[in-house]
Every structure is written in C-alpha cells, then in structure tokens.
Design a protein around this ligand. Structure first.
Ligand code: 3PG
Length: 415
C-alpha cells in the first residue's frame, strides 16, 4: 500500500474516509462505544502534525435503521479524542461544504455529514464487488463534486473495506489512495494470523452469524493455518447436528436463521478436518430462565434451548487456548447479555487474555464482551471490523484493499 510515509502533506487538502459507525442510543443519540473513533486518532494527528487540511467522510448505520443519524455527536467525541476542535458541517457536497473546505487553514479538521444520507452512496449492490468498477463510482455526483478540492485520498475505513461504495473507492480514480495507520495495522495483523501465524494456532469461532464464521473456518483449515478450531454458539450447534446429535428445538433456531444449508458444509469440513474441529462436550440450557448444564450424547435428545457452552467444554477449550501461540476469536460462546449465560464467553475471553499467545479478536459482539468483562486491554489486537474482518479472514477480496493495491501500482513509481 501507499502509506502516510510516502507523501508530503504540507498545505495539502486530504479527504480521509474513516469508519466511525458506532453503537448509538436511538433515543438520546448518545454514542455508546467510541472505540472506532479512538482508533483513527493516530492518522488524524499525524496529518495535522504534517500540516494537512483534513476533511473526514464517514457513515453511520444504514437508511431505515434507528441509529441512521447525523454525525454531529461523532464530531464532539472526535474533538475530545484528538484534543482539537473538529468542525462539523451538516452536508457533504453542497456549496457551504465546498466553500468551507476551500477556506481551510493548515491543520484544520472538518467532519462532513453522514455520507449515507446521499442515496448515491448506497445505490449500488454494495454486497457485491463484481461489476462495480471504481470508474463507475468515480462518476457519481458525490465524487465529481468533491474530488477537485483534494490532493490526496487517505482511506482508514478498514471496517468498511468490504464495501465498494463511492466514498470508499471512487476517489482513487483521480488521486493517490493512501492507507491510513489503522488500515495498515489491521491489514498487517490480520494478514499475519492468516498467512504466517506462530503455532499452535487456534481459531475460536462462535456467535450467531454462523455462515460467516464457517467461511472463515473453511479458509483457515484449507490453508492449513489453523491447528485447531474451537466451536461454540450457533456454529457449534451446526457441527453437532452434522455429527448426528439430536439438538431438538435448537434445529428450529438454525432453520429460522436461514442456516440449514450450513449443515452440509459442516459435514464436508468434518470429513476432511475431523481432528482439527472441536465441538462442545456439554452445553448450558435455558430452562425457564435457569441455567441447566447437560452432557452431549448422540443417543440423547437435547430438551431445551442451548444458551451457552458447559463447564467441561470451558475447561477443555481453556486448556487448548492456554497452549496456543496464536489465538483468533470471533463471536461469543453464548447469550452473554444474560448474566446466567455469560460464563462461557467470559471464561474463554479470560483464557485468551491470560494466554501467552498472540491474541486477536474480531469486531462486533465479542469485542463488546471483552470490554464489558474487563479483558479488552489484555488482548493484543481487537479489530475494528465486523463483517470486513470476517470476510478478510474468510479469504475474500475486499474492494478497498484491492483499490489500495491498484493505487500503489499506479503511483509508487512516480514517487
Ligand atoms: C460495520 O459496522 O460493519 C461497518 O461500518 C459497515 O457497515 P455496513 O455493514 O452497514 O456497510
């Protein structure tokens, strides 16, 4: 990638795309977790110190959702985080925004309004990279109005790197697209645990987004990267069903989540990698909001909703984690929001935090749990990405990363 080391930013206007999409209280608008805002601090401070004029583009949530709101509060939090006033402008491409950008002084920082308020940003089929060329995104009104104002495009939005929206890839058609410090850090750490981890390397995969987790599992097993994959949550249930356990009502849960097709994939993975995939030996059932632990046996039907892994599984998994030199975890082990069923998630996080191995946690729920249970500062890397991290670990091509590579090829020689 091109990095902040490759250019002189003195008196240059920089458009900086970040991902500060945060959990927000829909009633008060209060930002509930500002991790993503704290994580972009280094990039912004460095650009300020290098005397750039920094204009930040970001999104919050998606159209139609309760937390699809203005970035006004983000600007306040960001000002506190960087210790400098960030001017908030409640539009993106209009006259006021453009005039303000033109009149900036060196070291100034502006945050523009939620870019997804502009339908062009969300028009394209954002889940698919195929068919969306940066040229097409470069021809959108958003980019055409803004690009003439800037010298450089810095992209630090790792958590949105799996999206091919105009503000994420469009500018690269007109100017160098440079990786911010967070982007660099995320890609280098995640590449390391995906390509060249210290061994034994253990992946701990849980949560409800089982299809994404199973994609990651498939990738790391095929590549020979993971020595063991410890399953929990819905992921584990899918594998248990594939192995012939009768999970009773839990089968319905998998159907309702639209994940029945994953059972076949689990069977294929078990055929090839049986010795590397570890499933729970016991689970905790939610019986009228009581925790009841039960051992798993093939001839015993499970009577109740599985809400957590059991004590024996916690012990077994913690032992494996303790010996690991690399641990990559994504998704909670159970319904940790309920105190009674938080134990599995909490104990696995504790084992990860106490392990001497290098630990990486995928964004979203598990990082929230790490924060909640006080283990966050003992984890080596908590990724800011949710879907982006899973797609990266799943071996997929991420549009933003592909464009960063392209830009490197295009501009490196000239420098
Ligand atoms: C995320 O929270 O994963 C990113 O901000 C991307 O959001 P999206 O899934 O709405 O594109």
């Amino acid at each position: 990638f091109l990095t902040l080391d490759d250019f002189d930013f003195e008196d240059k206007r920089v458009v900086l795309r970040v991902d500060i999409n945060c959990p927000i209280d829909p009633n008060t608008g209060e930002i509930l977790d500002d991790k993503r805002i704290r994580e972009i601090k280094d990039t912004i401070k460095e650009l300020i110190n290098k005397n750039a004029k920094v204009v930040i583009l970001a999104h919050q949530s998606r159209p139609g959702k309760k937390d699809f709101t203005t970035l006004k509060n983000h600007a306040k939090v960001l000002s506190n985080v960087i210790g400098k006033d960030v001017e908030f402008i409640d539009e993106v491409i209009g006259y006021t925004a453009r005039e303000s950008i033109i009149n900036m002084k060196c070291g100034d920082v502006i945050l523009l309004e939620n870019i997804r308020f502009y339908s062009e940003e969300v028009l394209s089929d954002w889940k698919k990279w195929e068919g969306i060329t940066p040229k097409k995104q470069a021809e959108t009104n958003i980019i055409k109005k803004l690009y003439p104002l800037f010298d450089y495009f810095v992209n630090d939005a790792f958590a949105a790197a799996h999206r091919a929206q105009p503000s994420l890839v469009g500018f690269s058609y007109y100017m160098p697209m440079i990786a911010g410090r967070l982007m660099e850090k995320e890609v280098s750490i995640l590449s390391k645990v995906l390509e060249n981890p210290e061994r034994p390397c253990v992946y701990v995969l849980g949560g409800a987004k089982a299809d994404d987790s199973i994609k990651v599992m498939k990738n790391v097993l095929k590549k020979g990267v993971a020595d063991k994959v410890l399953t929990s949550g819905i992921v584990a249930n899918i594998f248990l069903i594939a192995m012939g356990y009768d999970l009773g009502v839990n089968i319905k849960v998998i159907e309702n989540l639209g994940l029945t097709n994953q059972i076949e994939i689990a069977k294929e993975l078990l055929d090839k990698f049986k010795d590397k995939i570890v499933v729970p030996v016991d689970v905790a059932l939610n019986i009228n909001e009581n925790r009841e632990e039960t051992d798993l046996q093939k001839d015993k039907k499970i009577e109740g909703l599985i809400n957590d892994i059991g004590e024996k599984t916690i012990e077994l998994y913690s032992e494996i984690i303790k010996e690991a030199k690399t641990i990559v975890a994504n998704g909670p082990a159970g319904v940790f929001e309920k105190e009674l069923f938080a134990k599995g998630t909490k104990e696995l996080l504790k084992a990860i935090a106490n392990s001497d191995g290098f630990s990486v946690i995928g964004g979203g729920h598990l990082s929230a749990a790490a924060e909640l249970f006080g283990f966050a500062n003992k984890i080596d890397h908590i990724s800011t990405g949710g879907g982006a991290t899973l797609e990266f670990l799943g071996g997929e091509k991420l549009p933003v990363i592909e464009m960063l590579k392209e830009s490197y090829k295009k501009y490196k020689r000239k420098n």
